[in-house]
Design a protein around this ligand. Structure first.
Ligand SMILES: Nc1ncnc2c1ncn2[C@@H]1O[C@H](COP(=O)(O)OP(=O)(O)O)[C@@H](O)[C@H]1O
Ligand SMILES: [Mg+2]
Length: 233
């Protein structure tokens, strides 16, 4: 198997709640690469969000190994994982998760403030990130005055402002109309071409045309991996 930025070897995730035991992921071997836009597709309940949460070091696998670059992630302490998340990963969610009382610029500044960067520097970097997603005229606007597509672009700016190596998205186009979805996918495709690993969980078959690689998940198992090399580069 090709060594990527994140590699899962025989990863299993079991959820135990009360008497029920659910195997959300079973013996998963998969690798994700930089410079690629990778889609994770599959029916509801197949384990997509669980897989994305393991990639983002949000949950630990029950068994198996996770490697990030050269680092074996399994046994790292939570405080170290929190630093990895903050510096190496940008998250984009279906429901945007913007902070309502903060304007677009302040939302994008948040991860920088958490990193301990000065406010002045954070303003410069956050303004630049908003420009990159075409929102330079909306910096002072509150989320409630933005359209769905604009909110998602703020969320993308917030994910990329720390210059992470990996951008993880869970159904980023699900709440958007077709035109906004197209523009978001073009943003994400551009990011992938700038030396990042962009990984997107989706139900939306229309997104396949943007993918360099598609990983299909069924009942907790990777059922197929398609490399779309013609599209790549
Ligand atoms: N925190 C949890 N506790 C218990 N069961 C869970 C939890 N998260 C997910 N599951 C179960 O694991 C399976 C996979 O879920 P998930 O990864 O969310 O799938 P998908 O994102 O493909 O819909 C489902 O059966 C789901 O009900
Ligand atoms: Mg899900």
């Amino acid at each position: 198997m090709q060594q990527g930025i994140v590699t899962l070897k025989n990863v299993k995730k079991i959820y135990k709640t009360g008497d029920s035991v659910i195997t959300a992921l079973d013996s998963t071997n998969v690798s994700f690469e930089t410079n690629k836009l990778t889609l994770i597709m599959g029916p509801s309940g197949s384990g997509k969000t669980t897989l994305l949460s393991i990639l983002g070091f949000v949950i630990y696998p029950t068994a198996g190994d996770v490697f990030y670059k050269e680092t074996h992630v399994n046994n790292l302490k939570e405080s170290y994982l929190a630093q990895l998340r903050l510096h190496e990963i940008g998250f984009v969610f279906q429901q945007f998760n913007l902070i309502e009382p903060l304007n677009a610029l302040e939302n994008v500044m948040q991860p920088l403030i958490l990193q301990g960067i000065t406010k002045k520097e954070a303003i410069v970097l956050a303004s630049r990130a908003l420009e990159e997603v075409g929102l330079s005229t909306k910096m002072k606007t509150l989320p409630k005055r933005l359209s769905g597509g604009q909110k998602q672009r703020v969320a993308i700016a917030r994910a990329l402002v720390t210059n992470p190596a990996m951008i993880l998205c869970d159904e980023p186009t699900a709440s958007l109309d077709a035109k906004s979805a197209t523009s978001i996918m073009q943003e994400l495709k551009t990011l992938a071409s700038k030396n990042k690993a962009v990984i997107i969980v989706t139900h939306d078959l229309r997104l396949r045309k943007y993918a360099d690689k598609v990983i299909y998940v069924e009942e907790g198992k990777v059922s197929d991996v398609i490399n779309n090399e013609q599209d790549y580069k």
